[in-house]
Structures are given as structure tokens and as C-alpha cells.
Design a protein around this ligand. Structure first.
Ligand code: ADP
Ligand code: MG
Length: 193
């Protein structure tokens, strides 16, 4: 398994306010596998993604990515893990308002040694003719796609998507999902959404 999760626990709060969100999860994802996580609101999906993404700390158990045990990393190594291994797309896109679509995307891609072609991604995800617009000139669905391209362009080893398609209408979602699956397969990216 490329991503291995063992007896993972996460709590919030203390004593009578304690919420046990993850109560000992075990699962694994193979390299290049695309894994979709379903569950009602509040069931802990974002919490799990945040733990794998290294933005929340593990209370108990292990998350191992490749040969890296996340719970054992120093803060510095955790930052490097987030930069070199991970792509994380959130529900609320976090685009820079005074950069154009293309500039927003390039602001991520420059971090990568082997980025995926930004022009290609813009074309595949139907944003080519919008590349010089600013985020406030786009619909929510388009903004989500820009955020997605920005992260894909880095060519992460693991891609984490937290409701990253929620602003897309049904038809667009089907199209985008299919296009993204193709890109993930081509590039051998492991994905959890
Ligand atoms: P999902 O993404 O499946 O909707 P979450 O992982 O966001 O679920 O939340 C799971 C539970 O953890 C919820 O009950 C939520 O209220 C609680 N929770 C999430 N983050 C925090 C936090 N920072 N502090 C306290 N409780 C939290
Ligand atoms: Mg959530």
C-alpha cells in the first residue's frame, strides 16, 4: 500500500466536551489508485483529509505515505512533505483576487520541479478562453476548476480533494471528473476525495 492508515484516532475538545471524530480507522490506498470517501456531514471526512494533509495532528495511530511515517516528522519535514508530495484542494478555492486565472495557476506550478503543462490543463478543463480573467469574473464552478488546475499543475504524488467539485453543476461535474481521472491515471497520481 502506498498510503497506509492504522488505528487512526482523532478527538476534539476535552472531558464532557470531547468529540471522538475518528475512532480507530484502518485502510490503505495503492499507488495511482483513486479513492472516493462518502459519508454524511460531520462524519469526519475533512478531519481525515486534514490529518493525511499534515495540517492536523494525529492523536493515536499511524499514517504512512510511501516510507514516511507522518507522526514522526519534524515540523520542517512536514512542511517539505506538504510541498513535495501533496496537493490539497479545498472547497473554497483560495484564489488570489488580483491575479488572473493563468497567474493564479502559475503561482502554484513554479514550486514544482516537474509541473504538468498549464496550457494543456487549461484546455482539458475548458478554461482556455478564460485564462486572462480575474477570479471575480468567474462562476463558482470555474473558480473550483482553477484551484484544481493550480494544484494538479504541481503534479503532486498524492492529491487530496475536499468537496472540490461542490460548486459544479451535475453535467460539468461528470465532465470534469472524467477529465481529471484521465489526468490522474496518466500521471500516476494517487487521489483521495
Ligand atoms: P465532514 O467533513 O465529514 O463533514 P468533519 O471532519 O468536518 O466532517 O467534522 C467531524 C466532526 O468533528 C464534527 O462533529 C465537527 O463538528 C468536529 N470538528 C471538526 N473540526 C473541529 C475542530 N477544529 N474543533 C472541534 N470540533 C471539530
Ligand atoms: Mg468536510
Amino acid at each position: 500500500m502506498y498510503l497506509q492508515i492504522e488505528n487512526l484516532k482523532k478527538f476534539y475538545g476535552q472531558d464532557e466536551n470531547k468529540v471522538e471524530v475518528l475512532r480507530g480507522i484502518n485502510c490503505g490506498i495503492e499507488k495511482s489508485e483513486i479513492c472516493v470517501m462518502l459519508g454524511p456531514s460531520g462524519s469526519g471526512k475533512s478531519t481525515l483529509l486534514n490529518l493525511i494533509g499534515g495540517i492536523e495532528t494525529i492523536d493515536e495511530g499511524d499514517i504512512v505515505v510511501g516510507d514516511v511515517d507522518l507522526g514522526k516528522l519534524s515540523n520542517k519535514d512536514l512542511t517539505l512533505y506538504r510541498r513535495n508530495t501533496l496537493g490539497f484542494v479545498f472547497q473554497f478555492y483560495h484564489l488570489v483576487p488580483n491575479l488572473t486565472v493563468k497567474e493564479n495557476i502559475e503561482s502554484g506550478a513554479y514550486l514544482s520541479k516537474k509541473p504538468i503543462s498549464v496550457d494543456e490543463l487549461l484546455k482539458t478543463l475548458g478554461l482556455e478562453e478564460h485564462q486572462n480573467k480575474y477570479p471575480n469574473q468567474l462562476s463558482g464552478g470555474m473558480r473550483q476548476r482553477v484551484a484544481l488546475i493550480r494544484t494538479l499543475a504541481i503534479k503532486p504524488k498524492i492529491l487530496l480533494l475536499d468537496e472540490a467539485f461542490s460548486a459544479l453543476d451535475y453535467q460539468t461535474r461528470l465532465m470534469v471528473t472524467e477529465d481529471i481521472y484521465k489526468i490522474l491515471k496518466n500521471e500516476g497520481i494517487t487521489a483521495l476525495m
